[in-house]
Write a protein that binds this ligand. Structure first.
Ligand SMILES: [Zn+2]
Length: 339
């Protein structure tokens, strides 16, 4: 690799050093490194002198209890707890395995090369052009219908691809910076034959909401279709991919819901009614009903008294069927009915 920032020798050294660190970092080393940074700050801010810090670093090294440098300095009377203020800044949130991971690695490598802190800031354009995208999927589905058009069996098969997992502490090859620095991505771990399920797991919506998800005697799914088969295949990708905040769920749900529309259309059935026919989970049923209400203009009205549901309630519970007063009455009625 040729670049103006690091030559091959520096890069090799860096990779060697990083590999050593990854296998040797223990809590004591970590504490020492944190102490070094803390000590530098204390001297810089003139809270204590360099000889005082060095004395405490020596004491800390002998201390089997594993005190922090700050605790040792307080114990020696060199520092008052009220002199130390930790300011934690919350970073912006985002889904994983995107430009946010890469810039951190870039900054680390660049700062090693130039010997000072480096800030790496991707433009929106850079990020949109080069960050990871969601993995492509091919999803093939079939259903069996009974005489009334109700689904009685659901068959799912998908093919997708991946290059590695999340970068984390010990897998730098899972981001492009680490990959270019000579670390290998984790790759795909084959799981064939797949282990037998112990409990229902919808596998990032691999299982549609319309199945019972029965394993043994327990059913964990949200629907009524009892017979289901799901086969997923993952092969190694030439590209890094990202989970888009919702790993595989966008792709699977898109496939399931498009398929439901196709089935309903082929039967000339109402797509909302057809979905409700296959759902038993009350919350999901309410979500589908709320979508129908948005469509017919009745969204936001209480089903019992017809008054508007408070905006705050709808913000928290967009699929709420009743205003708060009617909700209380309905719940009371349900309690009375069930004894
Ligand atoms: Zn009401």
């Amino acid at each position: 690799m040729e670049n103006k920032i690091l030559n091959q020798r520096q890069l090799d050294e860096l990779v060697k050093l990083q590999k050593e660190r990854m296998t040797t970092v223990d809590p004591a080393t970590k504490r020492r490194e944190q102490a070094k940074i803390f000590g530098q700050q204390v001297v810089k801010l003139k809270l204590a002198t360099l000889p005082q810090v060095n004395e405490c670093l020596r004491l800390q090294a002998q201390d089997p209890a594993g005190k922090t440098l700050g605790e040792v300095m307080v114990a020696r009377g060199y520092l008052k707890p009220e002199d130390v203020r930790v300011i934690f800044r919350m970073g912006s949130g985002c889904y994983g395995v995107n430009g946010a991971d890469t810039v951190s690695y870039d900054a680390a490598i660049l700062s090693q090369a130039v010997g000072k802190p480096v800030r790496v800031w991707l433009s929106r354009q850079d990020e949109m052009a080069w960050e990871n995208y969601g993995p492509a999927f091919v999803i093939d589905q079939r259903v069996a219908l009974d005489a009334s058009g109700t689904i009685v069996a659901w068959d799912y098969e998908s093919w997708t691809l991946s290059l590695g997992g999340r970068p984390g502490y010990n897998a730098p090859g899972n981001v492009v910076t680490g990959y270019l620095a000579g670390f290998a991505p984790q790759g795909v771990m084959p799981r064939s034959p797949a282990p037998a399920p112990m409990n229902f797991d919808n596998g990032s919506n691999t299982a549609p909401s319309y199945v019972t998800g029965t394993v043994g005697t327990r059913s964990g799914g949200c629907g009524v279709v009892k017979s289901e088969r799901a086969v997923t295949r993952t092969s190694e990708s030439p590209f890094f991919t990202g989970p888009l905040r919702s790993p595989a769920r966008l792709q699977n749900t898109f496939a399931h819901e498009c398929f439901m529309d196709e089935i309903a259309a082929s039967l000339k059935a109402d797509p909302v009614e057809y979905r409700l026919r296959h759902l038993r989970d009350p919350r999901l049923r309410d979500v589908v009903t709320a979508l129908q209400k948005i469509d017919d203009g009745s969204f936001g009205s209480c089903e019992r008294c017809g008054e508007g549901i408070a905006e705050k309630r709808l913000e928290a519970l967009p699929f709420a069927r009743y205003c708060i007063d009617c909700q209380r009455v309905v719940e009371q009625e349900e309690r009375t009915a069930t004894g």
